[in-house]
Design a protein around this ligand. Structure first.
Ligand SMILES: Cc1cc2nc3c(=O)[nH]c(=O)nc-3n(C[C@H](O)[C@H](O)[C@H](O)COP(=O)(O)OP(=O)(O)OC[C@H]3O[C@@H](n4cnc5c(N)ncnc54)[C@H](O)[C@@H]3O)c2cc1C
Ligand SMILES: Cc1cc2nc3c(=O)[nH]c(=O)nc-3n(C[C@H](O)[C@H](O)[C@H](O)COP(=O)(O)O)c2cc1C
Length: 588
């Protein structure tokens, strides 16, 4: 292998590996960190970089780069990757500029979306075009049915580990070089400093986020039950700047009862403060108390990861159980992992309880738990009407019969006057280029959120006698679907919009009323055809299934009115999307 015996100050390594990621909801960063710990075991020196912090010169000089990138919308990258995307695809790039660079890509996406992993595919083609050498086939992680982790493991297992070991033999180097990222903590009496610097990308994003005070919080459903509730939140910030139907990302927090339980099990003093000692960027601000870390930064309630299972197995004395956990964490045990953990929504806290783990240290928790990621919500208000307030409609997400999703349970603890953290970013709902075009709004459940924002936008201009400035001067119709009358959200408000003429038409389909009706049944293909003929815009928000059903309707419309061959209807729909005549936001 070409590496001699190493002295105490020297270590064996395979060299540096740069791991870039671009993410919105945290999946790519989670895998990037997981990959780093896996290649560290192979004796690589990993360096993780968010794509918003890439440095062109440095990137071009790096010999081995791995990219974890996700796709949003029609082949688009994530917001943190946009500058890199522009630089990479710029005409200024020279052919062979990337020569000498080896690369691998793990693309994240969802087969529920039409342009599956499209950004990863584009990136792969472009890197090759510019002279970089692909050393492994691209991996693809499918978020549909939560398959991303399994797909990732398959990628690592089938090709990556072997290729890396074969192509990068061990050699000896000074230890200092290797001492890259193992985290150590130091107990301190220093006060907490939640604004400390030298933070990594995700932690900096948290620090840069803004605070909102809760102006109002209330239930929107008439007969809510656990797992069937939609909260309305009115969030206030005097200096906020947003546009109608943008997205807001909100940082949830762990509950005090879960934190107490974890601290009791592991005998942590939650008031104890600690500092992080690392020569990499800091993963969260510190000095910090154990309580604040667990409350705001440590995601111990998400699906238990395979890395966590391996760590837990080291702390179990029973050999049989140990082997079982290792098997569940292995590539061979992936089906059992899905049955045992994924389907029953098992998390780290439950397993610590179940296996009576007592020796898990804080350092290990920091190493194996990802950072809490913000949850996205589509803003349900118009910035014209509510310049300093943001409305959201948050449906409760139930994980299993007893446990709610993290933000769902966090929201239940909030009351008027509380402060929450988040940030704002554009959504796919843009205002029409042609203000005279008619708009048809279609949504189900909390998918009403961005549609309500658009209705408010039109109402603002009507109310203020400035209709000539209104981006929605054509007719605006709303077709809404919900289960029952009790779940008809904002019923009175919407009826008022109809009475005042802000809405030209309001139709509601109840899927659990007798006779039941789905929202798609409200749409006739001749009406749809006429709508598009008039340059009309379709805004759709709700579940992926709703999107699929409407696509089928539009495909039928093309077949019927334009004799389009069935295999060409997709192309026609794509043209409407590219022309911003079909604007969608699906999150379920
Ligand atoms: C662009 C965008 C806009 C959105 N707009 C809205 C909106 O306006 N209104 C709205 O109500 N929602 C909206 N959502 C959805 C919202 O962001 C949240 O995803 C949703 O509310 C659930 O959040 P949660 O924290 O309660 O659940 P989470 O804790 O995030 O759990 C939900 C997901 O994580 C998995 N998961 C979590 N823990 C485990 C575990 N232990 N084991 C296995 N799996 C686990 C679940 O299977 C599920 O896939 C939007 C999403 C996006 C991307
Ligand atoms: C609003 C939205 C749009 C998406 N669009 C696409 C898409 O066009 N193509 C695709 O393959 N995946 C799409 N996805 C799926 C994400 O790429 C996938 O969930 C991925 O795991 C997210 O990674 P991240 O957490 O690193 O951002 C979309 C997801 C959301 C929420």
């Amino acid at each position: 292998m070409g590496c001699g015996t190493s002295s105490a100050s020297q270590l064996e390594t395979r060299g540096l590996i740069y791991i870039y990621y671009g993410t919105t909801t945290g999946n790519s960063s989670r895998l990037a960190f997981q990959f780093a710990s896996e290649v560290r075991n192979l004796k690589f020196i990993p360096k993780i970089i968010n794509l918003s912090e890439y440095n062109p010169k440095e990137l071009l000089s790096q010999k081995l780069n791995v990219f974890f990138v996700s796709t949003y919308g029609m082949g688009s990258c994530t917001a943190d990757t946009e500058n890199f995307d522009q630089w990479l695809f710029s005409e200024e790039r020279n052919k062979n500029e990337f020569q000498g660079m080896n690369y691998m890509i793990f693309a994240l996406g969802s087969t529920n979306h039409e342009h599956y992993c499209e950004f990863g595919i584009r990136l792969d083609k472009r890197l090759e075009q510019l002279g970089a050498k692909r050393i492994c086939n691209m991996g693809k992680g499918d978020a549909a049915n939560d398959q991303t982790e399994n797909d990732y493991q398959q990628w690592i297992h089938n090709e990556v580990q072997q290729t890396l070991q074969l192509q990068y033999p061990l050699y000896t180097c000074e230890q200092g070089q290797l001492d890259f990222s193992i985290i150590k903590i130091k107990i301190t009496k220093e006060p907490e400093n939640l604004l400390s610097d030298n933070l990594d990308f995700m932690a900096q994003k948290y620090i840069n986020s803004i605070t909102f005070s809760i102006n109002e919080i209330k239930e929107l459903k008439l007969q809510p039950s656990r797992g069937n509730s939609t909260l309305f939140l009115d969030l206030f910030n005097q200096n906020i700047k947003y546009k109608t139907a943008y997205n807001i990302a909100i940082y949830p927090q762990n509950s005090d009862s879960d934190i107490d339980e974890l601290c009791n099990l592991l005998k942590f003093d939650k008031n104890m403060r600690f500092k992080i000692i690392t020569n990499q960027k800091q993963p969260f601000p510190n000095p910090i108390s154990i309580y604040t870390y667990l409350k705001k930064f440590c995601d111990f309630s998400g699906l238990v990861s395979k890395k966590q299972l391996i760590e837990l197995s080291n702390m179990i004395n029973q050999k049989e159980l140990q082997d079982e956990l290792l098997h569940l964490a292995s590539f061979e045990g992936r089906d059992q992992y899905q049955n045992r953990f994924q389907n029953s929504k098992e998390n780290l806290l439950n397993l610590i309880k179940k296996y009576q783990i007592k020796t898990l240290t804080l350092e290990k928790i920091i190493e194996i738990c990802p950072q809490i990621q913000p949850r996205y919500f589509t803003i349900a208000s118009s910035n014209q009407k509510h310049p300093q307030n943001i409305h959201i409609m948050a449906s409760q997400f139930i994980l299993n019969h007893e446990r709610l999703g993290l933000s769902s349970s966090y929201f239940r603890t909030l009351k008027k006057g509380d402060i929450i953290r988040g940030y704002i970013q554009p959504s796919k709902f843009i205002l029409p280029k042609n203000s005279k075009a008619p708009t048809l709004l279609i949504g189900i459940g909390a998918g009403l959120a961005p549609l309500r924002a658009l209705i408010q936008e039109r109402d603002y201009y009507l109310e203020n006698n400035q209709f000539e400035k209104c981006p929605f001067q054509g007719e605006m119709k709303l077709y809404y679907g919900c289960k029952t009358e009790a779940e008809f959200l904002f019923k009175d408000e919407l009826k008022e919009y109809l009475n005042s003429g802000t809405l030209s038409e309001l139709q509601v389909a109840f899927s659990r009323k007798d006779p039941k009706q789905y929202v798609t049944e409200l749409i006739a293909i001749d009406q749809l055809y006429q709508h598009f003929q008039m340059d009309g815009i379709l805004y759709i928000c709700g579940s992926i299934e709703l999107g699929r059903d409407i696509q089928v309707k539009i495909a039928d419309m093309f077949e019927y009115f334009e004799n389009t061959d069935p295999y060409l209807t997709d192309q026609k729909i794509r043209e409407l999307e590219e022309n911003s005549q079909i604007l969608t936001e699906y999150w379920g």
